[in-house]
Design a protein around this ligand. Sequence first.
Ligand code: SAM
Length: 291
Amino acid sequence: MNDELRIDTALTHAAKQLSDASDSPRLDAELLLCRTLDVTRSYLFAHPDDTLDALATERFESLLQRRASGLPMAYIEGRREFWSLPLMVSPATLIPRPDTEILVQQALMLIPRESAFSVVDLGTGSGAIALALANERPLASITATDCSKDALAIAQENARQLGISNVEFRAGNWTAAVTENQYDLIVSNPPYVAENDPALAALSFEPQTALRSGADGLADIRLLSRQCPTILKPGGTMLLEHGADQQSAVERILLADHWTNIACVTDLAGLPRVTSASFNADIDVSNPSSP
Ligand SMILES: C[S@@+](CC[C@H](N)C(=O)[O-])C[C@H]1O[C@@H](n2cnc3c(N)ncnc32)[C@H](O)[C@@H]1O
């Protein structure tokens, strides 16, 4: 790229450069140029013949190379919107997915607007689910946990930047982070990708501990199914996100652990995505095999 490049020419070249790495190369090129020049997209459209000086050209080229190597836009920008909240993300956090908004929708149907209610989000990552719920239901007390202290630091910073104060953060391994408590609602989007899933190749920049879960992708869901009865209030509900092909397996796991009222809802693409369950209060959770 020469140092007298016009905006329109720079964008055409850049979109070509990103065509292998991105499904939306033109948009990515525009966003990266906005970031380089600190202007809006409408500025780019209004000033196609402005030129980039040498420093801007160098900065733009460096961002393009990072994107062309496969680094997701969210990590380059350090931000991703979830449930209309601008969230900070880093390579320590999963990039929140639109599918997870289904879990938020389901949770909001259960959390009253006008009274106290306790929720725990196990494996909060950037805080996406916990912060969306907390923002929509200010009277609810939300606890957000993660085994990754780096992810938890990002989630805490997101809460601070958004001015959300009804979320408490705890570090720890699944329910070990909250053993002394019981909640009205447990929500979790745990890792659920099988170790040998070819889809992992396209997700190499995201934290693997947020994605991989044993040979069949169900190791963490098995742990949650076994551990969560002890932290659920009688009459409470658990909502678990899972893979589109895991509905039956998740149902079998939950049934074997004496969960009841098991039901699955589909995501935006019509694929099974979130399973809800409650726990049979007659079961002794310290010895689940005895009715
Ligand atoms: C699929 S990501 C979900 C992140 C976030 N809730 C979201 O929906 O964007 C799973 C999260 O679970 C966390 N995690 C993985 N294993 C865990 C464990 N044993 N205990 C607690 N958190 C765990 C990961 O660090 C990651 O943040």
